[in-house]
Design a binder for this molecule. Sequence first.
Ligand SMILES: O=C(O)CCC(=O)C(=O)O
Ligand SMILES: [Fe+2]
Length: 269
Amino acid sequence: MQAPPPIPTVDIADPSILRWDSIGLMLIRDFISEEQEATMIHAFHARDPAKEGKKRVSQHFGYHFDYSTFGASESTFTPLPSYISDILPRLPIQHYLPDQFTIQYYPPGSGIPPHVDTHSMFAEALYSLSFGSTVSMTFRMAGPNDARKMRLPKRSAQDMETAAASSASSTPPGEEDKPEEVVHPSWELVLPPRSLLLMTGPSRYGYTHAIRPRKTDIIDGQAVPRQGRYSITMRSSRRGDEIGCDCAYPGVCDARIRDEMAARAADSR
Ligand SMILES: O=C(O)CCC(=O)C(=O)O
Ligand SMILES: [Fe+2]
């Protein structure tokens, strides 16, 4: 079920900024220059030369993403290259800054399954800087199906990174006869190269985001073949007492899921 994308408001002072205020989403076009983009692509392949694989390739800077907690590592830290640290003073939210950076290369045809980034381990602002190629990102308000999937036993940490709310899996056994659940319509947001996406509020906590694994996107009715696309996901880790979440989306909130499991374990004692 696909819906037209919600209509953004264009910032009067800066028309390169589009906002979807009701869901806390913002896109800044031309956030980096073509020169910065070329530097980032060059630096990525200086560390990971292969371009011909079919799978997404990741590099970590700052505190590494920890695939066992879905938060930032306590200790593994790679200093930031200047092409990342240089952009931090220009991020729209300055009272807290990201400290966990994942650069991903998506060869044409690859994507990332629908998921909600961990609520409890990262502060509200989630950034994605796109470069290399235009891509469509699919958003969908999370529903009961996503909540159920997030409560399934996890196969492995790597699966869970993105399978958290993945809608790719099949109907669990015994549930075939249940009435069809409400699935909210998805819509696609075109992310141009060199644009910065900021997710806060509902788009951060209550929507899944995904990139469909395909070689061509349909943009304004035209088939646009994908080239290699890169992104830098930037997150601010929560530490100690800050870890937790009291968002309005308990169905897809890892902090609530952990509480439910603890309560269930206590009940069964
Ligand atoms: O590539 C992107 O823009 C988003 C990546 C993402 O959603 C993630 O790493 O959690
Ligand atoms: Fe994500």
